[in-house]
Design a protein. Structure first.
Lengths: 412, 412
């Protein structure tokens, strides 16, 4: 299929058009799940799906499907492609939308080329991947994969007090289909990397072979709030200094490990937070990620051991609260190899890589062989209007998806 | 004089009485400078000064003086004793008040005993030592010592928008005397330690020989706000981690120095402060103190050198803003030795020490030989209702002040 290509101007035009829908009064792109702006984006996608002659389906959690099922394939499980079109606040235009619109583009291209797939091919836009308005994130795909009861999900109370179920009804996207109604044969998600690796290494594509497990913890260290001038160094129980030791420990350990482990302290608060008072309390978050579950467990254990010795050394009290925990996901080796082969055939430099962020693919991997394709993100920036991927990279990614899809639907 | 003693019950009774004046609706002791509550405290002090038969004087910045000047001493410079009676919000009852009321107690005791001093003895209560409502702190003594123009000080705008000059007039404490009108022969301030050293070492008294220089800086570190999951450790510019390195550097250097240097990071803020985002910015304060000016300068220089190398190593941008800087103060050797001798004569365990906090004595030291006497603070706690010094320690401190005053006013 390396001589067929997607319609670059159609794909790029749709990305720009969808990216212009849902700007708020400050000019920020904001399409929070099940909001009025999300409705406008959904309506646009549905119109494109229908114009392409695909069968439209919406399930009870609001996931949107566009299904191409030629008569001869009706009894077979579909190859599912997709991502999401909801956004964060002040978002870029690529995150999620690129995967959904490329999937639609690939289907339209194959359909127009006279290609006869061995099974249906469908595009999915999953509800509330970002989780900004309703927790947890990746909710639509999680419900679809059976990991969360649909009634529970619909009863989720948003940050604005709204119920997701009510809001889906209000915007006209509370569908009839039961989540999971379309059991995928396999799932492929094309996405911007949202990280710096491909750009730094000068590569066009990532064949994503796994997804990091995530461990989120909140650590609270308590010492004594004494006077910064009158308390000798040896008589201090400085919660702030103890928190700094945790940060440098995590960093040095991750740097020395020669693995894919990443460790981040993103939130930190001192109390009483006064210039001349030794901090009595430091509260901070620890984000640990690793694609290997055993190693992730070992990182958690190493932190626990360090906190125990720190508590004794610095005479501080330490408590830890678990905020979130996801096991790593291993994607399907066959699909990953197919992605690599497709990139090779188009002479696009490609590497295997790990997804550092959560994706809908990690949920769908529970019910079908799955994999992802990454394209570069300029400066690794995303969730920001400066999010950018070059047109060449966007088109190359969609072309590789096209080749992978045609390979996987002519095999049998 | 070791067989004379102050009237313990009068001193402790007055401390309790003054400590009960100025409780707010929540039961917190709050006598901010030149407030209605401060007026009530001042009125009580003035009544005691007048009842003791002392000459009352109030200067333009509101400093209150009670002067005992027997006829034969009128042409001589007075020995000045004092501290302040304004408080922080939710204060303890000892900070400042103990020094003022002990000074009054010592004068009354000497007067009643028939003692004939060689020079006048006066008690001073300096305006706005705490600096909570009007900046800078130690304002009354600073103006008195000529370090700040009285007009400028009176024009200070408070945190509540008020002008100090207006408020002093309103509460009836805008006096006529020019600050500095009474040129002290020497100055002695008795104060609670507000630190843990005396209690930890089981001592009754500190003969304070110097006062730390103070250097306050605000450091801002800027890196890149990248995704905690998708950004490999080696590709990070983590402002949060860089700030943690500064905190551990300062701590380790101060611990290793074997000097009186103290270093504290009391305030710290991360931006964007999100669990899954590498901090792009860390803003924190550095409080450095040392009784030796050369060493304090060297500590500042060492920090500057560290920040420079850190900036290069971590690829972060660092800027530093100076917030405050006071040189160390050396107190008068003769008075310090007199304090030690007085403690020895009463068999009270005593050590020489450094004041870690700013005091009125550091200002008056600009115009007269000065020193301080410390008594223990339970747990090192102050600026807090849990501030506590035992009755025995309070009485012992006042007795030593009595002995020092009588020694210094019978010398010539």
């Amino acid at each position: 299929m390396s001589n067929t290509s997607i319609d670059a101007s159609r794909l790029l035009g749709r990305l720009a058009e969808l990216g212009a829908i849902g700007c708020d009064a400050d000019g920020r792109l904001v399409r929070l799940a099940a909001s009025d702006a999300d409705k406008l984006g959904r309506d646009r996608l549905v119109a494109w799906i229908e114009a392409a002659g695909l069968e439209l389906a919406i399930d009870r959690i609001g996931n949107i499907f566009g299904i191409w099922a030629p008569d001869s394939t009706q009894d077979r499980a579909p190859l599912l492609l997709g991502s999401h079109i909801d956004t964060v606040i002040d978002a870029g235009i690529y995150d999620g939308c690129y995967g959904v619109l490329s999937a639609l583009e690939v289907i339209e291209t194959l359909k127009a080329s006279g290609f006869a797939p061995s099974r249906p091919i469908a595009v999915a836009a999953f509800t509330n991947e970002e989780g900004v308005r309703y927790a947890p994130d990746m909710m639509g795909s999680l419900v679809y994969a059976g990991g969360l009861d649909v009634e529970t999900a619909l009863a989720t109370r948003g940050t604005d007090g709204s119920l997701l179920g009510d809001e889906l009804k209000r915007i006209g996207y509370a569908g009839e289909k039961e989540p999971g109604f379309l059991k995928p044969h396999a799932y492929i998600e094309l996405h911007i990397e949202q990280g710096p690796v491909l750009e730094r290494e000068g590569l066009s594509l990532g064949a994503v072979e796994n997804l990091q497990g995530i461990s989120w913890q909140r650590v609270t260290i308590e010492g004594d709030a004494n006077h910064a001038g009158t308390t000798p160094m040896t008589m201090r129980r400085d919660a702030g200094h103890a928190s700094a030791r945790v940060i440098t420990f995590l960093r040095e350990r991750a740097m020395a490990s020669n693995t894919q482990t990443v460790a981040t302290v993103g939130c930190l608060e001192f109390q009483p937070n006064a210039i001349n008072v030794i901090p009595s309390k430091a509260i901070f978050t620890v984000d640990l990620r690793d694609p290997d579950e055993d190693r992730l467990k070992e990182e958690e254990a190493a932190l626990a051991r360090f906190l125990e010795s720190l508590s004794a050394e610095e005479q501080v009290t330490i408590s830890v609260e678990r905020l979130a925990r996801f096991e790593p996901v291993k994607f399907d080796e066959g699909i990953v190899a197919t992605i690599e082969a497709a990139a090779r055939a188009r002479a696009l430099p490609c590497r295997r890589m790990t997804s550092g962020a959560g994706r809908d693919a990690q949920m769908i991997a529970r019910i079908a062989p799955s994999a992802m394709i990454f394209v570069p993100s300029k400066g690794g920036i995303s969730h920001n209007p400066r999010e950018f991927t070059s047109h060449d990279d966007l088109v190359a990614g969609a072309d590789v998806l096209l080749d992978v899809v045609s390979t996987l639907t002519q095999e049998e």
